[in-house]
Design a protein around this ligand. Sequence first.
Ligand code: FES
Ligand code: FES
Length: 212
Amino acid sequence: MPKKGEKKKSDSISRRSFIKGVGSGLVGTVAIAPTIIGDEVIAAKKKKAKTLPDKKVITLNVNGRTHKIEVENRWTLLDVLRDKLGLTGTKKSCDGGECGSCTVIMDDRAVYSCMILAVEAEGSKIITIEGLLDGEKLHPIQKAFADNDALQCGYCTPGQIMSAKALLDKNPNPTVKEVKRTMAGNLCRCVSYPNIIKAVLDASKSLRKGGI
Ligand code: FES
Ligand code: FES
């Protein structure tokens, strides 16, 4: 935490630097501690994809905007967000439901976007890390991650933040235990866990005060 009079890190982070740089971290499960992982899930996903038509035009609602896109049935929501909509704040890492870096919010639940086919997301409301910004202004959770040094390389951070958002939307005043349990599906190779927990608790205070 900065001392009195010191400038907070988040004060000097612009929207662009947030998305492109720190943002690649700052800018990504609550329900996410995955129930099934690895080969079983991938096999199930492929099996399901085979039963769907090859291509389809779908309408996706992402960050409050609707997009009509032609997708192949095998494309994941993650790939469509990144490659078709240019929303690269959502990160691809394991691509197999094990790390949480691809976390987005779908109908108020944090989900691994690498484990959802784009065609399955039609009709749902999707929020990505880009959807948290208010113009140039960071969301209080993003600000809390910056102020608490809750990232090093930043690759896991979008997923961490989206998980935290889904948690705080449902439970505005979580305990440390609840934060740890809820964020268990988001791995951080840089082991920033203590500061991530501090950031989520700080964000919860800030949001309860009106997001200051
Ligand atoms: S990239 Fe989706 S869980 Fe790892
Ligand atoms: S900050 Fe590097 S993986 Fe989490």
